[in-house]
Design a protein around this ligand. Structure first.
Ligand code: S3P
Length: 452
């Protein structure tokens, strides 16, 4: 069930005001997905505030409605999920459509492998190119039966009625989606399922399971759950998404005279690579009022303009900033000296090949950016008043590419035109207006109707 969307074009403007003020970016996408999923599988009513009303998390919501879960229409981030219990989902009448959302597909594959009925999971053109073997493989080891399109791509047909068995799974790559998929399947498996990761990745699934009263045994690199328990409904307050805040963190760092405060941002230590990397580059970032909100750490983040330096990005920080590299590349282009990223081959299988698409766009803007198989080398133009030229950029249907180049407009000597920005709706509805509201120069226009 594909929906019609409108093609959106961004045009950055060389005219803008100093970025100042206090603002709150929308809710965390990863936490919003999980809140719907665990709320649906819990006993009782889960109330969510701060829910991200972006296309990705809305697709997750629609999928659970299609499986018989009563979920209220989100209203300014408030949603009630009437949980049906771990055994209460009903067969959907149609294939489950998750749009652009890898998180929906991979996490739901784990849940669906444990159901009594068959399901089909399908997504848009971008998602249909992304690798799903990484979840098919461990789920098959657990006894699931999954059919895929050629090359382990979606659509996935997940056969129901299988008795899953627990496994000890060592992740071949640092992936929170695969870790979460296996742990969620583990809720339905006989025995104790353990997942060991090669490097720390976001741990929202483990934290939220614990919040729903489900025991998760955790050691440094391993998380384990025993099948057959139950989830108890709760209230969830979703913090602002640090991955959306990242665009404003880089914007305020590279633009002159900026002083911006981002409110109520999730600072889970498995997500704060963006802060660590920007600080290594010399950014002026201060965390205010750190607090705990329902098991997730939160703070207000103040960013002021700074003279950034190029760095070798430590590989240990890569999984902790995995979604932030498009905009970090913009920061690197504005820094003095060379920035080198390695160990980030996962960027090639995100919503687009983020290494290729960003290198191409940066080169069009006059930056010396060399893609490598697992990263990029960028010669920063920090000494130049305005490092970026003017160009037309295609974001290749990737929300974070579109927003990254919008931020580049703050240091461009002309207009940057960015095509395909409708995908920004997947994670950051209202981005252009919020960017303008704090001083950034950006026009967004609807070009014509297309089918997603
Ligand atoms: C996510 C995990 C990350 C991230 C994605 C959201 C999640 O993907 O890129 O945007 O919510 O678990 P991988 O785990 O595949 O790296």
């Amino acid at each position: 069930m594909n929906t019609a969307t409108s093609a959106v074009i961004y045009r950055t403007q060389a005219q803008w005001a100093p970025l100042t003020g206090r603002l709150r970016v929308p809710g965390d996408k990863s936490i919003s997905h999980r809140a719907i999923m665990l709320g649906a599988l819990a006993d009782g009513v889960t109330e969510i505030s701060g829910f991200l009303q972006g296309e990705d998390s809305l697709n997750t919501l629609r999928c659970f409605r299609a499986m018989g879960v009563d979920i209220t229409e989100p209203n300014q981030g408030f949603v009630q999920v009437f949980g049906v219990g771990l055994q209460g989902l009903r067969p959907p009448a149609h294939p489950l459509y998750v749009g652009n959302s890898g998180t929906s597909m991979r996490l739901m594959a784990g849940i669906l492998a444990g159901q009594a009925f068959d399901t089909v999971l399908e997504g848009d053109a971008s998602l249909s190119r992304r690798p799903m073997r990484r979840v098919i493989e461990p789920l098959t080891q657990m006894g699931a039966v999954i059919e895929s399109a050629e090359g382990g791509r979606s659509p996935l047909t997940i056969r129901g009625g299988r008795r899953l068995k627990a496994i000890n799974y060592v992740l071949p790559m640092a992936s929170a989606q695969v870790k979460s998929c296996v742990l969620l399947a583990g809720l339905y498996a006989a025995g104790t399922t353990c997942v060991t990761e090669p490097a720390p990745t976001r741990d929202h699934t483990e934290r939220m399971l614990t919040g729903f009263g489900y025991t998760v045994h955790r050691s440094t690199a391993t998380a384990c759950v025993e099948g057959g328990g139950r989830l108890t409904s709760r209230q969830i307050e979703v913090p602002a998404d640090i991955s959306s805040a990242a665009f404003f963190m880089v914007a305020a760092s590279i633009a002159p005279e900026a002083d911006l405060t981002l409110l109520h941002v999730g600072i889970n230590p498995t997500r704060t690579g963006i802060i660590d990397i920007l600080k290594l580059m010399g950014a002026d970032i201060t965390l205010h009022n750190p607090r705990d909100v329902g098991g997730e750490p939160v703070a207000d983040i103040q960013i002021k303009s700074a003279a950034l330096q190029g760095i070798d990005i430590p590989e240990s920080l890569v999984p902790l900033a995995i979604d932030e590299f498009p905009v970090l590349f913009i920061a690197a282009a504005c820094a003095v000296g060379r920035t080198v990223l390695t160990g980030a081959e996962e960027l090639r299988v995100k919503e687009s090949d983020r290494i290729a698409v960003m290198a191409d766009g940066l080169q069009k803007l006059g930056i010396n950016a060399t893609p490598t198989f697992d990263g990029m080398v960028i010669e920063g133009q920090g000494a130049a008043a305005l490092p970026f030229g003017t160009a037309e950029i295609w974001s290749q249907g990737d929300h974070r590419i579109a927003m990254a180049f919008a931020v580049a407009g703050l240091r461009a000597h002309g207009e940057i035109t960015i095509h395909n920005c409708e995908f920004v709706e997947t994670s950051f509805p209202g981005f252009a207006a919020l960017f303008r509201g704090c001083g950034g120069g950006l026009q967004d226009t609807v070009a014509h109707e297309v089918s997603a």
